[in-house]
Write a protein that binds this ligand. Structure first.
Ligand SMILES: [Zn+2]
Length: 342
């Protein structure tokens, strides 16, 4: 099969790799229908040291079950499925708590002999625990929005859940990337009254308005905080979808005392303002890596009936052979989120 492999910063190649086969009885082989490039794929794309072996890329995919291992009960060849961005057994103590991201037996695509999602097929461990069957055909117009459940939409939802966003809240979403825009969808879906989107890329913030943002703030830093305070008087909840120290400072500056900040952006800093100032203000800091598997079935009906359409974050499609161009276009910020068709 053909699949995308990263050999170092800026060096993604599409090459022939062995066809995936069932290894464990709980595996399934999924023939990919649609995959995509994640904002988090851009971190290694910008900084990965050169290697001879390469790393299979991609952790968001949707496809058709081609073969199921002997112990797979809930899936059969021909089923259309979406994969959360990590695999999990869905039976251990963490999974039982809805924290599939911490699964005792779970892992990541592209590591430990498991294929990446940006390829023609993937061996999925713990297929019953990982994959969610979809009640549509592979050529459905809903495929992009269903693919978004793999990561960006379930991650945005995780921000709204952990921040405790509810009816009547004022919410700030920091970041106009695909996760930030999906966090806007999630906050609107949970009844937030005011949703301020902090971002400066106009095409993206326009999409954010269509998703439910009531205000857009393009200023950054102290200027941005002042503008948010002027608009709202301070917000109850913040979903921080960037991961920089500046984004955290914006969140702390905009949130009301007693408020909650949920972090979705992987922190690019080690030190933070967690001392007496935040303590005296009773700020709750929450968030983290999303247990996507816990949310897919919950959000699925809203995608199927068109209540939410997170697939609108995909603004360009690439054939698998042009995956390197998809990385380049996203790294250059020409493309918000690239969909890849095997
Ligand atoms: Zn588990």
């Amino acid at each position: 099969m053909r699949a995308a492999v990263m050999y170092g910063a800026g060096d993604v190649r599409v090459e022939h790799r062995p066809d995936p086969k069932i290894v464990d009885r709980t595996d399934a082989v999924v023939r990919t229908v649609a995959a995509c490039v994640c904002g988090s794929d851009l971190w290694p794309y910008g900084s990965m040291p050169a290697t001879d072996t390469g790393r299979p890329m991609g952790h968001e995919f949707l496809g058709v079950v081609e073969e199921a291992g002997a112990d797979v009960r809930g899936l059969k060849p021909g089923d259309l499925v979406v994969a959360p961005f990590t695999y999990s057994d869905n039976t251990c103590d963490y999974c039982a708590k809805g924290l599939q991201i911490s699964c005792r037996n779970g892992g990541r695509y592209g590591f430990d002999g498991v294929d990446g999602g940006q390829g023609e097929a993937v061996r999925v461990p713990f297929a019953d625990g990982t994959l969610v069957k979809l009640p549509v055909a592979a050529d459905s117009a809903l495929v992009p929005s269903l693919l978004a459940l793999s990561d960006v939409m379930t991650t945005g939802h995780h921000g709204a859940v952990t921040a405790g966003v509810g009816r009547g809240d004022s919410v700030l979403v920091v970041g106009d990337g695909a996760v930030g825009l999906c966090a806007v969808i999630a906050a609107a879906r949970r009844g937030a009254e005011r949703i301020v989107l902090a971002g400066r890329h106009e095409a993206r913030t326009d999409l954010g308005r269509r998703f439910g943002a009531t205000d857009v703030v393009a200023e950054r830093g102290e200027e941005g905080v002042a503008r948010i305070r002027e608009l709202t008087g301070g917000v109850d909840k913040v979903i921080e979808a960037v991961g920089t120290r500046q984004a955290l400072d914006t969140a702390l500056g905009a949130v009301l005392d007693g408020g909650t900040i949920s972090r979705l952006g992987v922190p690019q800093y080690e030190q933070g303002p967690l001392g007496p100032a935040a303590f005296m203000r009773n700020i709750t800091l929450t968030g983290g890596a999303s247990p996507a598997r816990a949310y897919i079935e919950h959000l699925l009906p809203d995608v199927l009936d068109g209540t939410i359409a997170p697939g609108r974050v995909f603004d360009r499609e690439f054939p698998l052979d042009r995956t390197p161009d998809a990385y380049r276009a996203m790294a250059d910020r020409e493309v918000l989120k690239a969909l890849v068709h095997p």
